[in-house]
Design a protein. Structure first.
Length: 173
């Protein structure tokens, strides 16, 4: 995408959309190599997403064993103008398991507490809870029909963005 003003506007729109959501859909990979999806509350950090997950949860075990995940943040069905074109952003993520008692742990937990409240801090004090930092590798932002953008880079809004122009083609009758 060559129009930097348009890219800047889209990047701000993406951040505003992410900020409007408090949960995400999280896809991880099991030990058997099968996909597993769930959801988690999240907070956005600087070019990353933090999630706090219990060892009881399958997705925590999966993220500990495999440093790849996919995230989907999607508009609520009830507020969507068109159910077939809900606003959404999805990411391929690199996963970092953050060590307890590190500066990164303190930063992530504070970010979660600021966004989601004191329960984040309380849960972080339980020995079965893990902090994961999800770092984007690439993503796709869809804001409607004909309005889809792909991007790459370790950033929630990408370092390079392209408008996807391959459209839907009607079947021949």
């Amino acid at each position: 995408m060559k129009n930097t003003a348009m890219q800047d506007r889209l990047q701000q729109e993406i951040l505003k959309f992410i900020d409007s959501r408090k949960t995400l859909q999280l896809a991880s990979i099991t030990d058997a190599g099968e996909p597993f999806s769930s959801y988690a509350p999240f907070a956005q950090g600087e070019d990353c997403i933090y999630v706090l997950l219990s060892d009881i949860a399958t997705h925590a075990k999966n993220l500990k064993a495999n440093d790849k995940a996919s995230v989907l943040i999607v508009e609520d069905e009830d507020s969507a103008e068109e159910i077939f074109a809900r606003i959404r952003i999805n990411y391929s993520m690199r996963v970092e398991h953050i060590a307890v008692d590190s500066e990164a742990w303190d930063k992530g937990i504070q970010t979660l507490e600021n966004r989601l409240g004191k329960l984040s801090r309380t849960l972080s004090e339980m020995s079965d809870f893990n902090l994961f930092k999800l770092i984007p590798v690439r993503g796709r932002y869809v804001k409607g029909f004909g309005e889809a953008y792909s991007f790459i880079g370790e950033s929630l809004t990408g370092t390079a963005m392209d408008h996807l122009t391959d459209g839907h083609i009607k079947r021949a009758s």
